[in-house]
Write a protein that binds this ligand. Structure first.
Ligand code: ZN
Length: 199
């Protein structure tokens, strides 16, 4: 790509690495950025760098946060005996937006996928099991996606937890197959949560 000067090409190249950004969008974004006031660009660059360098995993639920313990885990008003297991921090946000879930979470950061070579040790499953032995937990709600990977993960987790005697439930289907939780509207999410069944 020699149509642009080196720095513009570099900017387009970096932007096109982002998910969902093709070559055309990258060009459009690059020229948009070049037309922004310099202070605004500094803000954007600063936000990117700060977020990437300061965000870490919550020591309890493993969501992304800028403190050792995230605000949800820190909140004493929440029900710490109910853990909802989700695949990503985005799924957590989707449930938080419903404003109706009062328990806490556990973020796996992925799902078991034999096809992609992702086994139980590649997700935060050991950490979940260790929480179950250390904390007084009454129910684990498995809210992994309804994709093949999500279902495989749900089955695997329920088999692990069953012997402990802790109640394990799975959110109701009705969430479209293969659907990412984050794209599902809040009413559907709530219905899935309320209609959960014990495994
Ligand atoms: Zn947390």
């Amino acid at each position: 790509m020699d149509y642009y000067s080196k720095q513009i090409s570099k900017l387009i190249e970096e932007l096109s690495r982002l998910p969902g950004i093709g070559a055309k969008s990258a060009q459009r974004l690059a020229f948009h950025i070049l037309n922004m006031p310099p202070e605004q660009v500094d803000e954007l660059a600063g936000a990117l760098t700060d977020a990437r360098h300061n965000i870490k995993y919550c020591q309890e639920c493993f969501t992304l946060t800028d403190t050792d313990i995230c605000p949800i885990c820190k909140n004493k008003a929440r029900d710490h005996k109910t853990i909802m297991v989700v695949e990503t921090p985005r799924d957590l946000t989707a449930y938080e937006k419903t404003g109706k879930y009062e328990g806490v979470y556990h973020v796996l950061h992925g799902a078991i996928s034999p096809m992609l070579g992702i086994g139980p040790n590649e997700i935060r499953l050991k950490e979940l099991m260790s929480r179950l032995t250390k904390e007084d937990i009454e129910e684990v709600i498995i809210a992994t996606n309804s994709s093949l990977e999500g279902e495989t993960t749900a089955m695997y987790i329920s088999k692990l937890i069953k012997p402990t005697g802790i109640k394990v439930s799975r959110i109701a289907s009705g969430v479209p197959v293969g659907g990412d939780l984050e794209y599902i509207d809040e009413v559907t999410l709530l219905r899935a949560l309320e209609g959960r069944t014990e495994l």
